[in-house]
Write a protein that binds this ligand. Structure first.
Ligand code: TYM
Length: 339
């Protein structure tokens, strides 16, 4: 079992990242250790330069995100926690995979369409080839399990397509160069939506801070954001069916269910018939209860720059070693001479 996943150090990590992905990193890290496998979690800083960015901010956010991940339970003694730019094999394998990825496949990627918007001609080339780097990230380590939110599913399918074509074109069936990775998507929190708009996902890049719960928010801020979250005047139904047309209401109930480790139906069993005046304070309390210890730990860890640097140095050394056999196999399969 080889678990691999990445998260971009841009903006503030939020509740969607936590429920959709980070919580699963921790669960799978423990499963991987128990199974004698590895769990590798990295900061996708190379991906972050695909959009306009401030270098000083990227540098600071990268270190903060290490502190956030450790605060959430990613344990550098159990998982390999590292920064993508410290392991040049990611960029090298991306170039090798550029020979296999097809323009038509990348043209279908919805994230490129969303992020480039109307300005396709002005988008960076990195934004277009971003999914190839993401494929390299997981294929480099022969990943079997990739914990992600729903929005990354298409990128993972592309990684499988690239692996399959490369194996077909340059390897034998008995000795494939790459393993086909499986996405691991949590059923109850695959797509946490914005608190201001039930049709948009909760995102680091939303200009409104009120649209998301940041993991670094204090208790009062979280409570205020929940109180101001968009809802409707109807009371909650007693079954999930009744929430089909009520995206904002469903989102809040789904967040509650994910935090409480239960189902939407079970939450509605408790709150059905009640209005948001009763539900929102209960949700705020549960949020604060879950996220406050993470925030406290984050504040402590963030202050110890030396410890963060040491975690990254150790993780990068481990990752470079684990990357080396697959990178070598890929060069050789392509007939490239490296000396
Ligand atoms: P990123 O940094 O946008 O998000 C990190 C993880 O959080 C999940 N996520 C969500 N889950 C549920 N609801 C939401 N509103 C929500 N927003 C974000 C994402 O699905 C992701 O799992 N391209 C990736 C980073 C990456 C990567 C990889 C992931 C680079 N290489 C290799 C896996 C494997 C990204 O930008 O995630």
């Amino acid at each position: 079992m080889r678990v691999v996943s990445g998260i971009q150090p841009t903006g503030q990590p939020h509740l969607g990242n936590y429920l959709g992905a980070i919580r699963n990193y921790v669960k799978l890290q423990d499963e991987a250790v128990a199974a004698g496998g590895e769990c590798m979690i990295f900061l996708a800083d190379l991906h972050a330069i695909s959009m306009p960015h401030d270098p000083a901010e990227l540098h600071a956010s990268t270190l903060e995100l290490v502190a956030t991940l450790v605060a959430c339970g990613v344990d550098p003694n159990k998982a390999v926690l590292f920064n993508q730019a410290q392991v040049p094999a990611h960029s090298e394998l991306q170039w090798l995979l550029n020979g296999t990825a097809r323009m038509g496949w990348l043209n279908r990627m919805t994230q490129f369409k969303d992020k480039s918007g109307k300005n396709r001609e002005g988008a960076s080339v990195a934004l277009f080839t971003y999914p190839v780097l993401q494929a390299a990230d997981v294929l480099l380590y022969q990943a079997t399990h990739v914990p992600v939110g729903e929005d990354q599913k298409q990128h993972l399918e592309l990684a499988r397509d690239i692996a399959q074509k490369f194996n077909n074109d340059f390897a034998s069936e008995e000795a494939p160069v790459f393993t086909l990775p499986d996405p691991i998507i949590p059923p109850e929190a695959a797509r946490i939506m914005s608190l201001r708009d039930g049709s948009a996902k909760m995102s680091k890049s939303d200009p409104s801070d009120m649209s998301r719960i940041n993991l670094a928010d204090d208790a009062d801020t979280m409570a205020k954001k929940v109180k101001k979250a968009k809802t409707d005047p109807e009371p909650l139904p007693s079954e999930a069916k009744g929430l089909e047309e009520r995206a904002e209401a469903l989102n809040l109930v789904a967040i509650y269910a994910a935090l409480a480790g239960t189902s939407v139906d079970a939450v509605l069993g408790d709150f059905g018939g009640q209005g948001f005046g009763a539900f929102k304070p209960a949700l705020a309390e549960l949020l604060v209860e879950t996220l406050s210890p993470i925030r406290d730990r984050f504040v402590e860890l963030k202050a110890d720059r030396e410890a963060l640097d040491a975690i990254l140095a150790r993780g990068a050394a481990q990752a470079r070693e684990l990357a080396s056999p697959t990178l070598k196999a890929a060069y050789e399969a392509l007939g490239l001479i490296r000396g």
